[in-house]
Design a protein around this ligand. Structure first.
Ligand SMILES: C[S@@+](CC[C@H](N)C(=O)[O-])C[C@H]1O[C@@H](n2cnc3c(N)ncnc32)[C@H](O)[C@@H]1O
Ligand code: SF4
Length: 442
C-alpha cells in the first residue's frame, strides 16, 4: 500500500474493471455495440487524443510523441477525421447529438492554428458540436499564442484547461516541463482578455524538488489567477515514466515526496482555496463558483455516458462496453488508413461491474446517491458492501453514511487507494489498476 514512499507504480482509479482485464476477445463486443445501436440512449461524448508534446515530462505516463514533423501531425489529423467518419456512420452514433467534446493529450494546443482549423473542419463533416454543453481543450502554456487562443474560441471551445503544474522555474525544468512560469503568466493574460466560459488550471503536488515552502508559493500564485476550477493531482510514478525507470535502475538523482507529505500539501491547498471562496468538487478539484462550473465531461462519463474515443490509445465506452484503440502509432494509422476500426481491446462488463464503476467513480466526487444507483442497477450498494462501509467509517474515512454516504476530508485525500475495497477481487496490487497510458483525465 502506498502509505509512505512514492514507489514506481500507480494506483489512480480511472475506470472499472481495471484496464488489465480488457482483452482482444472483447473487441467483437465493442464492435457489436457500435453496430447495434444504443438502446438506452445516454448522453454521447466525443474524445480526441492529440498525442504530441514539445517535450516528454519526466513524470508523464500518457501516450505521447515528441519531435514529430509537421507531415506526421497532418497525417495523424487526417486519420482522426477518417476515424470520425467511420464512427459517425455506425448505428450507435448516427443521428445523435454530442453532449460534450474533449480534446485531450498529449497536448492538443501543440497544433498550429491552421492545423486546428483544418482538423475541426474535417471533424465537422461527421460531428457537429453546436449543441454540446461543453467543449474542453487541454493546453500546455508554452504552446499558446493570442491568435491560437482566439482561434480556439472561434472553434467553439468553452472550457480551457491549462497544465501549469507548478510556478517554480527550477522545479519545472527539473521535471522536464517545456514551459517556465513567465509563459504561464503570458498565456493567462491572453486567456483572460479573450474570455472563455470556463478555465481550469492543473497542478501536481509532489513534483521532484518540491518543498513545503515552494508548494505554498505555487498555491498562492494559482489563487491569484482566479481560475474557475483548479485540479490538483498527487504525483504518481507509473512504470513507463522516466522517473520510475530511473528509480528501478538505481540511477535516480532525487526522489518524490512520500504520500503523507503529498496529502498534507493537497490538504493545505484545499483549505487555502476554501478560505478564498472555492469549494471542493472532487478529490482533485476545487471550483470558484459551483453554480457556474459544471464538469459535464466528468459527470456524464462517470455516470455511464457513451464516449466515442478517437485517436491512438484512446479509451471509449459504447452501450455499456469498454474499448481501447490501438496503442501504437503504426498500428493505429494502418487500421484507420485502411478503413478499419482501430479497436484492439475491449470488455463487456456485467451489470454489477457497471454498478461498481459508477459507485467508485462517484466516490471520487466525495459522495454517492444510493437511491439513484439502486434504481439504476437493482442492487443496494449499502447492503452489498455493508462491511466495507462500516470499516471505512471505523477507520475515519467516512463523514456520514445513510442514503448519501460521504467521505471525510481524509477519505477524499486517500480515495484512490480505498476504492479497490469495492472491487470484485479486492486488490492491493496497485500497479495493476492502471495501464501504461491513460488518455482521460478530469
Ligand atoms: C494531458 S496533461 C495536460 C495537458 C498538457 N499535456 C500539459 O501537460 O500541460 C494532463 C495532466 O495530467 C497530470 N499528470 C501527468 N502525469 C502525472 C503524474 N505522473 N502524476 C500526477 N499527475 C500527472 C498533469 O497535471 C497534466 O496537466
Ligand atoms: S504532462 Fe502533458 S506536456 Fe508533459 S509529456 Fe505528458 S502530456 Fe505532454
Amino acid at each position: 500500500m502506498p502509505t509512505s514512499d512514492t514507489e514506481p507504480g500507480s494506483y489512480f482509479v480511472s475506470n472499472y474493471p481495471p484496464f488489465d482485464s480488457w482483452t482482444q476477445a472483447g473487441v467483437a463486443d465493442a464492435q457489436a455495440a457500435f453496430d447495434q445501436g444504443s438502446p438506452q440512449n445516454p448522453p454521447l461524448g466525443l474524445y480526441l487524443h492529440i498525442p504530441f508534446c514539445r517535450k516528454r515530462c519526466k513524470f508523464c505516463y500518457f501516450r505521447v510523441y515528441t519531435d514529430m514533423p509537421a507531415s506526421d501531425v497532418e497525417r495523424y489529423s487526417k486519420a482522426l477525421v477518417a476515424e470520425a467518419m467511420l464512427v459517425a456512420a455506425k448505428p450507435a452514433i448516427a443521428g445523435r447529438r454530442l453532449s460534450y467534446v474533449y480534446f485531450g493529450g498529449g497536448t492538443p494546443s501543440f497544433l498550429s492554428v491552421r492545423q486546428l482549423e483544418r482538423l475541426v473542419e474535417g471533424l465537422h463533416e461527421s460531428f457537429g458540436w453546436e449543441h454540446a454543453k461543453e467543449v474542453t481543450f487541454e493546453c500546455e502554456p508554452g504552446t499558446l499564442s493570442e491568435p491560437k487562443l482566439r482561434a480556439l474560441k472561434a472553434l467553439g471551445v468553452t472550457r480551457l484547461s491549462l497544465g501549469v503544474e507548478n510556478f517554480d522555474d527550477a522545479i519545472l525544468s527539473e521535471n522536464g516541463r517545456a514551459h517556465l512560469s513567465a509563459e504561464i503568466m503570458k498565456s493567462w493574460e491572453w486567456i483572460q482578455s479573450i474570455g472563455f466560459s470556463n478555465t481550469n488550471v492543473d497542478l501536481i503536488a509532489g513534483m521532484v524538488g518540491e518543498t513545503t515552502e515552494s508548494w505554498h508559493r505555487t498555491v498562492e500564485r494559482t489563487l491569484s489567477l482566479q481560475a474557475d476550477s483548479v485540479t490538483i493531482y498527487q504525483m504518481e510514478l507509473p512504470l513507463n515514466t522516466v522517473y520510475a525507470k530511473d528509480l528501478l535502475q538505481g540511477t535516480a538523482q532525487s526522489s518524490v515526496a512520500d504520500w503523507q507529505t503529498k496529502r498534507s500539501w493537497v490538504d493545505w491547498a484545499f483549505s487555502r482555496f476554501i478560505e478564498a471562496g472555492y469549494s471542493i468538487s472532487s478529490a482533485y478539484t476545487l471550483v470558484r463558483d459551483p453554480t457556474k462550473v459544471a464538469f459535464q465531461y466528468r459527470d456524464m462519463l462517470w455516470q455511464g455516458s457513451d464516449l466515442a474515443a478517437l485517436g491512438v490509445a484512446s479509451f471509449g465506452h459504447m452501450s455499456g462496453v469498454h474499448y481501447q484503440n490501438a496503442s501504437h502509432w503504426d498500428e493505429y494509422l494502418a487500421a484507420v488508413e485502411g478503413g478499419v476500426f482501430p479497436i484492439t481491446r475491449g470488455l463487456k462488463p456485467s451489470q454489477k461491474q457497471l454498478l461498481i464503476r459508477e459507485l467508485v467513480l462517484g466516490l471520487k466526487k466525495g459522495s454517492v446517491n444510493i437511491d439513484r444507483l439502486e434504481k439504476k442497477f437493482g442492487i443496494n450498494p449499502m447492503q452489498q458492501w455493508a462491511s466495507q462501509w462500516m470499516a471505512l467509517q471505523t477507520e475515519g474515512y467516512i463523514e456520514s453514511l445513510g442514503r448519501c454516504p460521504t467521505l471525510s476530508r481524509r477519505g477524499l485525500l486517500e480515495v484512490d487507494r480505498l476504492l479497490p475495497r469495492f472491487f470484485e477481487t479486492a486488490s492491493t496490487s496497485f500497479e495493476s489498476l492502471t495501464p501504461n497510458e491513460l488518455s482521460v483525465g478530469e
